[in-house]
Design a protein around this ligand. Sequence first.
Ligand SMILES: [Zn+2]
Ligand SMILES: [Zn+2]
Length: 238
Amino acid sequence: MNPIKNLKTLILDILFPPLCLNCRTHMEKEEIKTGMCWKCLNGIVLNSSFFCPICKARLPDGIKTCHKDSKYLLAAAANYNNDAVKNIIWHFKYRGWQKLQNILGNFLTGYLQTLNTNFEAFIIVPVPLHKNKQRKRGFNQAEILGKIAAEHLNIVMEARCLKRIKNTATQAELKNHELRKKNVANCFFVENPDLIRDKNILLIDDVFTSGSTINEAVNVLRANGAKKIIAFVAAKAS
Ligand SMILES: [Zn+2]
Ligand SMILES: [Zn+2]
């Protein structure tokens, strides 16, 4: 950091001491670097299993099916119903707090280590944003998470094959499951099917709530020849 920016940060920190983004208490120096106080951070319990994407039930070790008609498995590092988790994702996504990717990265890698699954034969595909939305936000949160997972697993990320061709309303603004489903209908397109044909895919996104966006992406990937699909998110709502 340059000295002027350093000084500016110091003055701002004195005038407006950084607060934990979850409980709003003052933070110590090391906590500031992370963005959250240790108490809130240590209160987050990571998952250690796969889930059924239809009923969201936890799948016991070695069991890969619950609802037989589900076309994919759900892997979710944390629970979106935890306020601290929700706040991390919200500040990361809508406030652009890039430093939070370290916490989220630790969620992903910590969770992956508990899964006892070999992902060598998978490629990573992040759920894309529409280009207008990505331009406005400046980044795609799913791609940032995908990059962390790809590096950790030492597998390839293919971020250019799945495109979002409809600039849909933000799913979080739509409360009803049917509206969400309709909102994302036909919003994806596979530009280069050769990149995904016969491949196992780890489809990455930040959150899984109603599942409509991921279901839509899974259908399109499947229609273009993808084999096994695991949807991998930082957090899922219960
Ligand atoms: Zn806190
Ligand atoms: Zn189920």
